[in-house]
Design a protein around this ligand. Structure first.
Ligand SMILES: Cc1cc2nc3c(=O)[nH]c(=O)nc-3n(C[C@H](O)[C@H](O)[C@H](O)COP(=O)(O)O)c2cc1C
Length: 293
């Protein structure tokens, strides 16, 4: 469902008719009238709060919010481009975790970072499933592995391959086939007690949202990316998990176990925990693939 914003309320005595709220509003909600700014199309409000955030007179505010919900900010960005660049290059996928659980208050901080990510039309439609102990994660791991066992055993056989090709396409089948030696190796490691799927992480977060909304994949991914950066800043580490996302959307048992609503898809997932390895170097990437116009 579209999230309905609370139309803004204007404090007439404070409004200076500067018109900045009109310029900032993405939804044609406000116009400058003869005496003050006026809410003309409140029902179109996305609830983004831009009007209140730009108003120099504190004269406009979403209904049911207060200026305490919108703390003041400095004129310059809170971090320098250099510091942000370093942070982005510090974040790595963490696949070796300490056993220590992730305290609830830190998980809440991580989620809070996700909350501040943008969403298409400000729907704020990202939902989470959070597993906070290895005991809770274990059944999910077993179900996910069982799902992949099925898929890879199909990729090994002729008839199964045919079905997979029909269902998922030629390139996916090729990818599965190419992955088989690595998968066999991974299963051997698994037999020795290694968790090659969730890396013995003490916590796991999934983000899901309504599948009719074309912004949902971005909304969930960027929320978890924000969350992963906060996790890094808190001394934690994360690893996105595409295997789980795929299995959670295709396997009925996993969906049911997680309680994913029928109209939702899982779009992002990540393990979380304290890193057991120290990264001493920043990330290096290929140059951006760009065509400038
Ligand atoms: C959408 C997505 C899915 C991913 N799925 C997995 C996964 O299932 N297992 C895993 O170990 N890493 C997974 N990763 C992590 C990537 O392998 C990793 O980001 C990449 O190798 C670059 O390493 P870095 O994140 O440390 O810079 C995933 C990353 C993304 C963005």
């Amino acid at each position: 469902m579209k999230r309905r914003g609370n139309a803004p309320k204007i404090v007439a005595e404070k409004c200076t008719r500067c018109g900045q709220c009109v310029l900032a509003c993405p939804s044609f909600v406000i116009e400058v009238g003869a005496k003050q700014a006026e809410v003309k199309r409140g029902e179109w409000c996305l609830g983004c709060g831009h009007c209140g955030a730009v108003c120099p007179a504190e004269a406009i505010l979403q209904e049911a919010t207060s200026y305490e919900d919108y703390p003041g900010r400095g004129a310059a960005p809170a971090v320098s481009s250099g510091a942000l660049g370093l942070l982005l290059r510090e974040r790595r996928s963490v696949r070796k975790y300490r056993e220590d659980p992730v305290p609830r208050d830190l998980l809440e901080k991580i989620l809070d970072a996700g909350r501040y990510a943008p969403t298409g039309s400000n729907t704020q439609n990202v939902h989470y499933r959070i597993l906070t102990s290895p005991e809770r994660i274990l059944p999910l791991r077993e179900m996910t592995l069982a799902f992949y066992e099925k898929i890879f055993s199909r990729a090994r056989g002729k008839f199964g391959s045919f079905l997979l090709r029909m269902a998922a396409g030629r390139r996916t089948l090729e990818y599965l086939r190419e992955s088989l030696p690595k998968v066999e190796h991974a299963y051997e490691e698994m037999k020795k007690g290694k968790d090659i799927l969730f890396y013995h992480a003490p916590a796991l977060i999934l983000a899901h949202a309504e599948s009719w909304d074309s912004s949902s994949p971005f909304n969930c991914s960027v929320a978890l990316y924000n969350a992963s950066l906060m996790a890094h800043a808190l001394g934690l580490g994360c690893c996105f998990n595409g295997f789980l996302v795929n299995a959670a959307n295709r396997d009925r048992e996993i969906r049911r176990w997680l309680g994913i609503p029928a109209e939702h898809q899982v779009y992002a997932a990540m393990t979380v925990g304290y890193p057991a390895l120290q990264y001493r170097r920043l990330v290096c990437r290929d140059p951006a693939k760009v065509i400038w116009f």
